[in-house]
Design a protein around this ligand. Structure first.
Ligand code: 4NP
Length: 188
């Protein structure tokens, strides 16, 4: 599978504070199923936390889904609303992760066990070695759990109400704090 050696993202890079030119950035991709609910929230929160920590010029963040149902769509309006209400920015077009991306990713953050399992298979077949973690494993209250683990899931809010999106946001905020705290040791 020679295509696995491709070094470019299949879609244009996003605009935003993390998209400025930088030498050898550390690259994080947040992954859920549809890339319209959870991982866009993860992307927006993590990018904001990185900016606050002064790391926006060293770390690139994007997001993707394992599924293709919503390719090209914007984020779910409920994700947009909860992000707006809490002061986060997001300009989003849904994408599906493919093996060709993996050579450009340092850290994959899965939202749930199913995402983790799908990514684990993709990574194993790629011959590449991005680090694969569940995003909530960086929540300091949950760091003792083995990965993957159901208690590390960010639950899929798609079929529920607005409350589920607020719960997702708060889970992701705690995890994003842990990711940022853990990053300096990973940045060379
Ligand atoms: P996400 O949520 O994985 O957090 O983006 C979902 C979005 C869409 C669907 C499932 C989950 N769907 O079945 O279309």
């Amino acid at each position: 599978m020679g295509e696995l050696k491709l070094k470019r993202d299949p879609l244009p890079a996003k605009e935003g504070p993390s998209a400025s030119p930088m030498a050898d950035p550390y690259r994080i991709t947040v992954v859920c199923l549809g890339n319209i609910c959870r991982s866009p929230i993860g992307e927006a929160v993590l990018r904001a936390r990185l900016a606050k920590a002064g790391l926006a010029d060293r770390v690139l963040v994007d997001s993707a889904g394992t599924g293709d149902w919503h390719l090209g769509h914007g984020a779910d309006p409920r994700s947009v609303a909860v992000l707006d209400a809490h002061g986060y920015n997001l300009d989003h077009v849904a994408r599906q992760i493919t093996p060709t991306w993996l050579s450009d990713i340092d850290l994959l953050l899965a939202m749930d066990e199913s995402n983790y399992s799908n990514l684990e298979t993709m990574v194993a077949h790629s011959g590449l070695d991005p680090e694969l973690r569940m995003m909530r494993s960086f929540d300091t209250d949950l760091a003792h759990l083995p990965e993957p683990h159901p208690d590390l899931d960010v639950p899929d809010p798609y079929y529920g109400g607005a409350d589920g999106f607020i719960e997702v946001l708060h889970m992701i905020e705690r995890a994003a704090d842990g990711v940022v705290a853990d990053l300096p040791g990973r940045l060379s």
